[in-house]
Design a protein around this ligand. Structure first.
Ligand SMILES: Cc1cc2nc3c(=O)[nH]c(=O)nc-3n(C[C@H](O)[C@H](O)[C@H](O)COP(=O)(O)O)c2cc1C
Length: 313
């Protein structure tokens, strides 16, 4: 059976323009927005539309891939109100972020810090689950724990008991940060104590990693983040295991002008210049030609000139 593949939410990276591009390349079954931070208030509709422009197109990317809205926060009542509003605006599902390691977020009682409090995870998931219509999935994303990976066992059980539809597990603790490896072996341990559907996440950079991860985790679903930036074709490669060739510089470079243009529309042209340069840096890990291109483009600041150079590629 083919796996179901998720594009990871990545704040400042997998925004609307990147989701649009990657789902157009293909192989992605599901996206999640960058986190929308919830403190005390209900966000305005504009904020929801900015976080998830796909709300205006049936909560799907232009190529038809469903997008869930991700909320991050520690207070039950505001999370409930924002989840309900997101659903009213058309979100196909609500994902709750309990994995963010950022210091400012954790200091304000959001993200991975909640992994220390199983009862709070339960309350948040249960309250959001009870508040949005049954047919709207409510899902959660965790790390293995804050500093103790065994926390994932009780946390997964609580999230299941609270009624979540599925659980994404980034197989590292908050203290591990982004340091390799990802401990995929914890997925089997979670499956011993919980029946919740699990999406395995962390350190899948290429086909080989996927095969190793799948052999260990043995889930039906996988989520990929940074690997997709270095190889936009990774989802397709996994889906069509016969298509094992690494994409060439030629195949990837033609994606750049489209990304720049949609980024310019979504944010602003100067910001799109910065975003495209950031992506080029990631692509430089895939093909050395991108390094040369980055060196050439990094000095260009005028959007018009930047666009012309991309279009001449
Ligand atoms: C720059 C960046 C931003 C991220 N933002 C989010 C986010 O908004 N919500 C979330 O749940 N995870 C976020 N993550 C974590 C990723 O979704 C994912 O769990 C992590 O990168 C591990 O997967 P990977 O090894 O495939 O990249 C972010 C990661 C990075 C590198």
């Amino acid at each position: 059976m083919k796996p179901k593949l998720f594009l990871a939410p990545m704040e400042g990276v997998t925004d609307w323009a990147m989701r649009d591009l990657l789902t157009d390349v293909g192989g992605i079954d599901q996206c999640v927005t960058e986190f929308l931070r919830v403190t005390d208030n209900l966000h305005s509709d504009e904020v929801f539309y900015k976080n998830c422009p796909e709300l205006l197109t049936g909560s799907r990317t232009r190529s038809g891939t469903p997008v869930f809205v991700q909320l991050l926060g520690g207070k039950v009542e505001p999370l409930v109100r924002n989840a309900v509003r997101a659903q009213e605006l058309g979100a196909l599902g609500i994902d709750l972020n309990f994995g963010c390691p950022a210091k400012t977020v954790n200091r304000h009682d959001g993200g991975a810090t909640l992994l220390k409090f199983t009862d709070r995870l339960y309350n948040i998931v249960k309250s959001v689950r009870d508040a949005v219509p049954k047919q709207t999935p409510v899902t959660a994303k965790i790390r293995l724990g804050f500093d103790d990976p065994t926390a994932c066992l009780e946390n997964a059980k609580a999230i299941e008991a609270a009624g979540a539809d599925w659980l994404t597990v980034h197989c590292r603790t908050k203290t591990d940060g982004y340091k390799p490896p990802a401990y995929w072996e914890w997925i089997a341990k979670i499956k011993e104590v919980s029946k919740i559907k699990i999406i395995t996440n962390g350190e899948i950079w290429n086909l080989e990693d996927y095969k190793n991860c799948a052999a260990i985790a043995q889930t039906e679903d996988y989520m990929i983040g940074r690997g997709a930036l270095r190889n936009p074709f990774i989802f397709k490669q996994i889906k069509e295991l016969h298509h094992q060739e690494q994409p060439t510089y030629q195949e990837i470079k033609i994606l750049l002008p489209g990304f720049f243009n949609s980024s310019s529309n979504y944010v602003s042209a100067p910001f799109a210049v910065a975003r495209t340069k950031g992506w080029l840096k990631q692509l430089a890990f895939t093909a050395p030609e991108f390094n040369e291109l980055f060196d050439e483009l990094k000095v260009i600041t005028k959007p018009l000139e930047f666009r012309e150079r991309l279009e001449s590629l």
